[in-house]
Design a binder for this molecule. Structure first.
Ligand SMILES: [Zn+2]
Length: 373
């Protein structure tokens, strides 16, 4: 007992331990960072390099990539795909570019997956499926699997993925647009989880219709009363109404980091509900959001009891819980930790502003419209 008290006292000083309150053991703090679309090769390189650096001295961070199926089809082969209610050869985002871009993307994906990152699905043609039937969702999932499994043949490349399409067990709907048929189609197509919903920041995931719902969450932008979803695109809307404004990039970057730290501290010292953060490869605000995400990972992934893991690892963890334990977690019915002290003073050292002069396509077109007024 004495030893426990001494041990705990030391941990109180370190900000980890508080006096015991109840029955179950405190769960780890899962932090899930994921990306959508995943087209740009320079971003694959950026996150490949970043995770290699982070994991040099042990496993600290793993990401989930919701890759759109169009990335697996070279532009000149686009006729092989037809989305539900769409013309053949059409998609609402770009196809994969030249075949050599597809080849490089395959190499990044094989390598990242080998290093413990997860590849998940963002459908193929990035269509709004909110009116789709179960059969139409299944058609889209079937197309994804066909493209995934035949990627070398489709693009006339020497080799494809070195893992089967059956390993893709997670989904995020384009535009987060869902219909009731989505969930039965996910079940039929052996998915384990969906990330297209939204919930409160301290909500533990629930399994419905055999599918874990790992929802994005509502956050308040630090220092403001503005609401946002825990996704970079929604920060772009909340902070600057969809405009990329380079005069404010430093401020927006800091604000996103602070918002994520608020989210982390509340859950870490609260009921430990997993954190869900969604970004894109697109360099919104000249790339500063992805700088903020990396700074966040550097700050938190090394802390005690933190697991910066993939969604599939979270699904494994959730599947291992019995109902009573999950209920106790949701109620925060365990000895709480106190929030660690985290400063942002040196967070962006060596991260220049304007790493990319490209702004979002949307913002550019609005800018053009403004100029012509
Ligand atoms: Zn998307």
């Amino acid at each position: 007992m004495k030893r426990f008290v001494a041990g705990c006292a030391a941990l109180v000083v370190a900000g980890v331990c508080m006096p015991a309150r109840a029955g179950v053991e405190r769960p780890p703090q899962f932090i899930i960072m994921a990306f959508d679309n995943c087209t740009e090769l320079e971003r694959w390189k950026e996150f490949s390099d970043f995770s290699a650096e982070m994991n040099k001295a042990g496993d600290r961070v793993h990401f989930t990539f919701f890759v759109s199926g169009t990335n697996f089809v070279a532009n000149e082969r686009r006729q092989i795909y037809q989305g539900p209610r769409q013309q053949r050869g059409y998609s609402s985002i770009n196809f994969g570019g030249p075949a050599d871009d597809v080849r490089q993307r395959i190499a990044y994906i094989n390598d990242m997956r080998k290093r413990g990152h997860e590849i998940a699905s963002h459908a193929v043609g990035h269509f709004d499926g909110r009116a789709w039937s179960k059969a139409e969702w299944s058609q889209e999932f079937h197309a994804y699997n066909e493209i995934f499994s035949n990627i070398a043949k489709i693009n006339d490349l020497p080799s494809g993925f070195d893992f089967p399409a059956s390993e893709v067990v997670g989904f995020r709907a384009p535009y987060l647009a869902k219909s009731p048929g989505l969930y039965t189609a996910l079940q039929d197509n052996r998915f384990r989880y969906d990330t297209s919903g939204d919930s409160h920041a301290d909500e533990w995931p629930a399994k419905k219709d055999g599918i874990w719902r790992f929802n994005l969450v509502g956050l308040t932008v630090h220092g403001t009363r503005r609401a946002t979803l825990s996704m970079d695109y929604n920060f772009l809307i909340a902070q600057s109404m969809g405009f990329s404004n380079s005069r404010h990039h430093a401020q927006f970057r800091e604000q996103m980091l602070q918002t994520y730290l608020d989210y982390f501290k509340a859950n870490y010292s609260g009921n430990r509900a997993p954190l869900h953060i969604g970004h894109h490869f697109t360099s919104y605000q000249g790339g500063v959001y992805n700088q903020a995400l990396k700074a966040f990972a550097r700050k938190v992934c090394d802390l005690p009891e933190v697991r910066c893991a993939t969604y599939v690892k979270l699904a494994d963890f959730m599947d291992g819980l019995d109902a009573a334990t999950l209920k106790a977690y949701a109620a925060g019915d365990f000895s709480r930790a106190s929030a660690p002290m985290l400063t942002t003073a040196d967070a962006f050292k060596g991260e220049p502003l304007e790493i990319s002069s490209r702004e979002t396509v949307a913002a550019k077109s609005v800018k053009r419209a403004n100029r012509s007024q």
